[in-house]
Structure formats: structure tokens, C-alpha cells
Design a binder for this molecule. Structure first.
Ligand code: T1G
Length: 656
């Protein structure tokens, strides 16, 4: 079926794209658009054209699935050029998201009108690409080239209101986009078609130092990704060359990047994130209602989880042991919401509405009508079992009960309530209202619709949900603990924390392991190691350096010292000779002769450990696929997305 339809009424040709779920510019859409241009230009009754999309969004880009197949014409650059040079003026009517190739099509049109809630952007750099159908050329001729370069290099969409300010969108529609677009078209009937954007001169020309400044800032933020810097170079080139030459230059760059290992890795992660969040075992299973949510515990995790749920538009009741702790938890939650308002993620009206949904109590009976309750109390089994005992008593039988434990046996917790089938693990990552990853831990007792409810919550919270089986640390922390052990061993052998952290940031991680531990706090992992000590064999290899730091109260940033020292003038953490001394003493105590360890060796051993533990996790069925492990590592621990993940990477020796 042709996803592009055409209807001509009172001199206005309405071209509608209907290619669910996101109107991707597939081959059929492209062919349909070229055909529409031909028919409209050939029909005297059509004096202006409106391009609009059915469903929830305007064209959200080229069809990424086609990138690994032989290209089939017409290609998108040709489609955009045909619209741009059509004799009939075209108006793009934008709702939802106009992204990548979709925004390029809109730039081929002669005017743009947008729903006020629409978002427009070039996310190609998130796939290791740059626009490949004239986006760098036409945008730099419609808005200030500096703004164009920053917009494309960031990959972040902008609001329609901002797009009007920049000159990207001509006007905003009221409530009815279609009506407003037809009104705009009626005004444009008989008007001369503006000259094609690609044939115009750039709005301005920046000098070399201005371009260098944009490029340097982009390079710093890119942390090893090549596409953002290529995007800046492409926009610069687009302002220094004539239209056709600039279009050819952009296309050459796009085709080269499309074959690059970085883009292949980032496209893999894009589809892996969507695949793992739709496990076959919940296909077609309806989730239970998710109206009112309870959160037990107002600490760091409880407040973050409450904020995440409230930001999805659901009311939250927080429970704490006493009034003081409750007030602290509610205040922390409100602070997160205030920060979201500051960052423009919500508007003032939204902020007030969301705040009204937050309540608290010291009495668990306040959770009686909750559909889901998430327990986020101290990481101790007895404490959690006591809470679940309470929840079993006060919640309605259909309510789903979830634990946010990072390590503990969710099956054991489930068996503490009369109906274990309503218990799952929902393992959030700190800060819970920001981190995208959510491990959904399934004990054997969990009912399929309870699991489906966990995934439904993840969609509402716009989290990337990954199913995990029950074991110590599930997928994320189990792998993290494995490479933490490898890193601790390298500390004994000759490395220092800064060596390992530098190797990891050079590899593309936002932060190294020891800097992350200082941020999260060393005490939780220490409690876990002490708990594991009971089952650890006397001959099991064990590195005691971290324990010695904790015995000194060095729990990280919150204690002013951990692996690094955090004096007021050194927020990033300064190397501390005390830690170095402890490390050397531990090497000596074990009779280890310290040796230099290179950054490459450090990364090879870290990635090798991740892969080995990943293979064990797959063999035990804790993770359903290598994709699940890669999605966890990329979204949970900042493994560089442009490397695809440890399982995707293949042999670390070859690649580090
Ligand atoms: N191509 C193919 N499939 C796509 C797609 C695309 N561009 N975008 C989404 N899908 C599929 C997705 O895999 C999922 O499939 C379903 O649609 C719903 O997506 C030449 C080179 C638009 C913000 O990078 O960011 O244009 O799992 O679950 O959360 O210059 O999808 O159901 O089978 O993500 O509501 C540039 C990518 C491409 C945008 C909607 N465009 N998409 O989010 O739904 S490169 C992008 C998104 C390009 C040109 C260049 C999001 C969304 P399934 P979803 P969502």
C-alpha cells in the first residue's frame, strides 16, 4: 500500500504520509513523495501543497533499517531536491517530532508551520552519522550557521517555539495543525514560490577562529565520537561552498560515516534498546493498572524514584519511618522536580500539577489503594522483609510489589508475602529520575502480567527496561563487580586509581571506575562484600584495599575522601598519597612486585572481564541476549555507545 496519499481541494494539494509507527522515510515514502511532486506540478488545480503526516509524529528520519541494505532509489537527497525545485510551493505541517531526514524534507519545503508541542532536530550524531540529505546545507542557509552547527553537533531536538526564534519554522499553529496549515496555504495561493534554500547564500559567514571555537568545544563533548566534529566541519564547508558542491560534500561524508564502525555500533545499540524492552514472554499480555504509586523509603533512591514517577504524571505516596525522615524525603523529591522546572523539562503549570500529586505518611496503611508499591529502603534483607510483611498486610491483592534492591535475592523477598506472584525487582540506577536504565528482575514466582506491569511502568517513565534473572547483582552490578575485582587486582600489581580512571575516560567512559565509586559512595559495596565474606572461600583471591579505605571512613565524596581527596578547591578529586601508600602496603603484604601497567592492558583486561562475566550470565539465563548486556553497560555504566558495548565489541586485544 502506498504510504503517501494526495488529495486536492480548493486549489490546495494535501499530501499525507502514513507509515507507522514513526513515518520513517522508507523507500515507499520516498517514491510516493516524488510521485506527488510530479502529479501536483502537473495539475493546474493545485496552486500550493501541504505536507502532513498521519499518526503521532511527522517524519522521524530516514528508515534506519535500510542503512545495512543496498540503497534503492529514489534516495532522500533526490526527494528533497524535487520538492525544493517543484513549481508549486510546499508547506510542511509538523507535529510530534521532525527528525533527521524528516527535518530535511521539511527544509526542502518552502514554508514550515508547527504544532507548538512539536520538536525538531538532527539526531544523526546519536547514530554516528551526520545529515545526509542536505540538512547541513539548507539549515546553514536558513538560520545562523553557528546555531546550525551547534544544533546538528548536539543531536538534541529543539522545541517548536525555539525553532521559530531561530527562523527554522515560519509560524506556530493553534490547536488544529491541519486547519492552520490549510489557512497558511490559502494565504500562499498565487504567491511566488520562494527560491530553493540550497541555491541561496548562507545567512552569515564565520571566520576561521569562530569555527575553530565551535569545533574545539564539540570535540571536548564528543569524548571519542567522530560524528559531532564531522557535523561541524560539514556545516562550515556548507557555508564556504556553493549549494551543489556543498550537497555533494555532505553526501560523501554521510556515506563514509554510514560505513564507520562507530555508526554500526550506535545503530546496533539503537535497535538493541528497543528489542530488549519488548521481551517475548510479555507479548500480548496486558499490564495491571498503574494509577497511584507508593514508594517506601525517602533516601537517595526513594526520592529519585518518586520524582521519576511524578514526572510521568502519576501521584506518589512516600512512606518513611518517622516525620523527620519523611520531611527530608519529600523535600529531596521536590528539589528534583524544581531542577526539572529549571532545566525546562516541565513548565510552571506542569510543575504545580505534579507537586500536587506528592503525599507522604509514616503509616503504611496510606498505601491501601496503590496499584504498585516500590520499596527503596536500606540494602539489608531483614529490613526489606519487614517492609514486605507490612505491604502484604496493607496493600490490595492486585497491587504489584517491587523491590529496588541492587543485589539481594528477589525470590527470597517474594516468598515473604502470601502471594509471591505479585513481586518483582525494579532496579533503578542513581540518580533514578535521570538514569535511563531500569533492570526488571524476575523471580520464578512472578506472574506474567506483573512482569508486563513492570515494563509498562518503564515505558511511562521513558526508561530503557532490561529483563534480568535473579542472582547476586543481576546483570549490571554482577558485571561491575567483576571488572571492579579486575581493577583492584591491577592496583595490587602496579596501577594506581588515576591510571585506571584515565584509561577508562580515554576509552570513552564519562568517568572511571574509582571516580564513580567515590560519587556513589563506597559504603554500600563494602556492606555487600562483608555479607559475601561469609560465603567466600579462604583461598578465594581477594583485594582488601577498598576495605581499608572504608575502615578509615573514606566513603567517597560525601565523606570528603575516598579513592581521591575532595578538598573544596578540587571538586574533581585530587590524588591522595595516603591511598597510594595503602595500595603499596597491600602489594608488599602479598609479596607482589609492582610493575608498570599500560592503558591498553588496563582496558583489554576490563573489557575481557566484562565479556567473560557476560558469557557466564548468558549461559545461566540471567540475561536473554548479548544485546541486553550491552544495553545495560551503555546505559548503566557509561560504556561508550560508539563502541556498541562489551559483547558487541569482539576481541578486546584487537580493539583497545
Ligand atoms: N527508522 C526505522 N525505524 C524507526 C525509526 C527510524 N528512523 N525511528 C523509530 N523506529 C522504530 C523503532 O525501532 C521502534 O520499532 C518504533 O519505530 C517506535 O520507536 C538521511 C541519515 C522518533 C523519538 O535518529 O528517536 O534521518 O521496536 O520505540 O519512544 O539525514 O524512535 O516497535 O519495532 O523509539 O515514541 C534520524 C530515531 C535517522 C530518530 C520515537 N532519526 N527515532 O520514540 O518510539 S537518520 C532518528 C527516535 C537520518 C538522514 C539521516 C524515536 C522517536 P519497534 P520508539 P518512541
Amino acid at each position: 500500500m502506498n504510504p503517501v496519499s494526495l488529495a486536492i481541494e480548493r486549489g490546495i494539494a494535501v499530501v499525507t504520509i502514513d507509515n507507522p509507527p514513526v513515518n520513517a522515510a522508507s523507500q515507499a515514502v520516498r517514491a510516493g513523495l516524488v510521485d506527488a511532486v510530479r502529479r501536483i506540478d502537473g495539475d493546474d488545480a493545485a496552486r500550493v501543497a501541504v505536507l502532513i503526516c498521519a499518526g503521532r509524529t511527522f517524519v522521524a528520519g530516514a528508515d534506519i533499517r535500510e542503512f545495512d541494505q543496498p540503497p534503492v532509489g529514489p534516495l532522500l537527497p533526490e526527494v528533497v531536491a524535487r520538492i525544493e525545485t517543484a513549481t508549486t510551493p510546499w508547506i510542511a505541517a509538523i507535529h510530534g517530532t521532525a527528525l533527521g531526514g524528516g527535518l530535511e524534507i521539511a527544509l526542502g519545503c518552502h514554508y514550515r508551520i508547527a504544532d507548538p508541542k512539536a520538536r525538531l532536530g538532527f539526531p544523526e550524531v546519536n547514530l554516528g552519522l551526520i545529515p545526509g540529505a542536505g540538512g547541513t546545507v539548507r539549515l546553514a542557509r536558513l538560520i545562523q550557521p553557528g546555531d546550525a552547527a551547534r544544533m546538528i553537533a548536539s543531536g538534541k531536538p529543539i522545541a517548536a517555539t525555539r525553532a521559530v526564534e531561530l527562523g527554522l519554522v515560519d509560524r506556530l499553529a493553534g490547536d488544529d495543525l491541519r486547519d492552520a496549515a490549510l489557512g497558511f496555504a490559502a494565504e500562499m495561493q498565487g504567491a511566488n514560490r520562494p527560491s530553493p534554500l540550497s541555491g541561496r547564500a548562507p545567512l552569515a559567514c564565520l571566520d576561521a577562529s569562530q569555527w575553530q571555537a565551535i569545533r574545539t568545544a564539540t570535540e571536548e563533548r564528543a569524548r571519542g565520537r567522530i560524528a559531532p566534529v564531522e557535523a561541524v566541519d560539514a556545516v562550515r564547508e556548507a557555508t564556504e561552498l556553493a549549494g551543489d558542491a556543498a550537497l555533494a560534500g555532505e553526501r560523501e561524508r554521510f556515506v563514509r560515516l554510514r560505513q564507520s564502525p562507530q555508526s554500526k555500533a550506535m545503530r546496533y545499540v539503537f535497535f538493541a534498546e528497543r528489542m530488549v524492552s519488548k521481551p517475548p514472554e510479555i507479548a500480548g499480555i496486558a499490564a495491571r493498572p498503574l494509577g497511584h504509586i507508593g514508594v517506601v523509603g525517602g533516601g537517595t533512591m526513594g526520592a529519585g524514584i518518586s520524582a521519576a514517577v511524578l514526572l510521568s504524571g502519576r501521584p506518589v505516596t512516600m512512606i518513611e519511618r518517622d516525620r523527620g525522615l519523611l520531611a527530608k524525603g519529600l523535600a529531596a523529591t521536590r528539589a528534583h522536580l524544581g531542577a526539572s522546572l529549571q532545566r525546562g523539562l516541565i513548565d510552571t503549570a506542569g510543575h504545580e500539577r505534579i507537586l500536587a500529586g506528592l503525599s507522604g505518611s509514616t503509616d503504611h496503611r496510606a498505601l491501601a489503594d496503590c496499584d504498585l508499591v516500590i520499596e527503596a529502603v536500606f540494602e539489608d534483607l531483614d529490613v526489606k522483609l519487614a517492609v514486605f510483611g507490612e505491604l502484604d498486610r496493607v496493600t490490595k491483592s492486585q497491587a504489584v510489589l517491587a523491590t529496588n534492591t541492587s543485589y539481594l535475592d528477589v525470590g527470597r523477598i517474594a516468598r515473604a508475602v502470601r502471594d509471591p506472584s505479585r513481586v518483582i525487582g525494579l532496579h533503578f540506577f542513581s540518580p533514578a529520575h535521570i538514569m535511563k536504565l531500569l533492570e526488571i528482575v524476575r523471580p520464578e514466582t512472578a506472574a506474567p502480567d506483573v512482569l508486563a506491569t513492570g515494563f509498562a511502568l518503564a515505558r511511562h517513565l521513558r526508561k530503557i527496561a532490561v529483563p534480568a534473572g535473579v542472582c547476586d547483582g543481576f546483570i549490571a552490578n554482577r558485571i561491575m563487580n567483576a571488572y571492579r575485582r579486575t581493577c583492584d587486582t591491577m592496583l595490587e600489581e602496579g596501577a594506581l586509581p588515576r591510571d585506571i580512571d584515565d584509561a577508562m575516560t580515554r576509552f570513552g567512559f564519562a568517568m572511571g571506575l574509582y571516580a564513580v565509586q567515590d560519587l556513589a559512595g563506597l559504603d554500600i559495596a563494602w556492606a555487600m562484600r562483608k555479607r559475601q565474606a561469609e560465603s567466600r572461600g579462604p583461598d578465594a583471591p581477594y583485594v582488601a584495599i577498598a576495605d581499608r579505605l572504608c575502615e578509615l571512613g573514606r566513603f567517597g565524596r560525601k565523606a570528603g575522601a575516598g579513592w581521591y581527596l575532595y578538598p573544596p578547591d578540587s571538586p574533581k578529586g585530587a590524588v591522595d598519597p595516603v591511598v597510594e601508600q595503602i595500595i603499596r602496603e597491600e602489594s608488599a603484604r602479598k609479596g607482589i612486585e609492582r610493575r608498570p601497567i599500560t592503558g591498553d592492558e588496563i582496558m583489554q583486561r576490563i573489557v575481557q572481564t566484562m565479556q567473560d562475566e557476560g558469557r557466564r550470565i548468558l549461559a545461566e539465563g540471567i540475561a536473554a541476549s548479548a544485546e541486553a548486556i550491552d544495553v545495560v553497560m551503555v546505559n548503566g555504566f557509561g560504556f561508550p555507545r560508539w563502541r556498541g558495548g562489551p559483547m558487541f565489541m569482539g576481541d578486546p586485544i584487537a580493539l583497545c
